[in-house]
Design a protein around this ligand. Structure first.
Ligand code: NAD
Length: 268
């Protein structure tokens, strides 16, 4: 039976060369390669770095078709394959010799004075000051106001995003398919005047985290979703929760998570 692959490519010479090799390898095995997104395809193949992977997931509106990443970037944390392993892994793809893992996303409900918006992230949301000034907000969990915080803002990261901005900001690494999410403060002000979180918090998937802003801060904060910045005017509060929305990722080696951590993060 013909299988269809949606291709997402970073516009770079190495990525285009890999595209040609994929087409040469898969077409003789009866695969159809589509440069545009088809929602009845069998695979989403993304050639590039982590930024390309994140962009492909957003561009496909969090497609439920499994993603297979091929790294041409420097780190490539989402991608198991690269130029060296490409042929071996394409053969496994043709044979159906792979696992699919599920990466849970986090949703943000953004309430402004005029509208309520919804966004989803693969890595993280970060709430930050738009004016390079201190941002003040209240952090509540499950309707309980925990703290009034001030500083650069905070990060709400998924388990698979925990190794990105979250880790650089002092958060912990969470196993990629774990249920739950993490809240990590960004450069909190520390003095008698301000409350502060002593560390990041790991929450269960059922928890709702709310960041609410006093009226005089309503136009000060921005929301950054997987690196994409948005300014919501009249911002009142942002509620974060883990939903059932997931993306699927193809893995050719079931122990790859640990090799990936060792090779790309902790072994360096
Ligand atoms: P990008 O693609 O250049 O990514 C920035 C760096 O983050 C790259 O080295 C990338 O390999 C790495 N990265 C991305 N996702 C990762 C993950 N899940 N685990 C480990 N490393 C990961 O830039 P972009 O297109 O703007 O990507 C957006 C991402 O950049 C954001 O989601 C955020 O996590 C990351 N970022 C990190 C910092 C920081 O660490 N100080 C600051 C801003 C943004």
């Amino acid at each position: 039976m013909t299988k269809t692959v949606n291709l997402f490519i970073k516009p770079s010479q190495p990525a285009l060369a890999i595209r040609d090799r994929i087409v040469e390898f898969l077409q003789p095995h009866g695969f159809r390669i589509s440069p545009v997104y088809l929602d009845d395809a069998d695979y989403n193949v993304v050639i590039g770095g982590d930024g390309t992977f994140l962009h492909a997931v957003h561009k496909s509106s969090f497609s439920t078709i499994p993603f297979c990443g091929i790294n041409t970037g420097t780190l490539g944390f989402f991608q198991e394959s690269d130029l060296q392993t490409l042929d071996k892994n394409l053969k496994k793809l043709v044979e159906g010799n792979y696992h699919v893992d599920k990466l849970l996303l986090v949703e943000a409900e953004i309430e402004t004075s005029s509208w309520t918006y919804h966004r989803w992230c693969v890595n993280e949301f970060s709430v930050q000051s738009s004016k390079r000034k201190t941002v003040h907000f209240t952090l509540s969990v499950d309707n309980i106001p925990l703290l009034h915080l001030a500083g650069d803002g905070l990060i709400v990261s998924t388990p698979s995003g925990s190794t990105a901005y979250n880790l650089s900001s002092g958060g912990s690494i969470l196993y990629q398919t774990l249920k739950g999410y993490q809240v990590t403060p960004l450069n909190q002000l520390r003095s008698k005047t301000y409350e502060a979180l002593p560390s990041s918090i790991v929450l269960p998937s059922s928890a709702e985290t709310v960041v609410s802003f006093p009226p005089d801060e309503k136009d000060k904060a921005i929301l950054v979703t997987d690196g994409m910045e948005e300014h919501f005017l009249g911002l009142k509060k942002i509620s974060f929760r883990q939903t059932d929305k997931i993306i699927h990722r193809i893995l050719f080696n079931s122990n790859w998570y640990w090799y990936n951590l060792k090779d790309k993060l902790i072994g360096s």
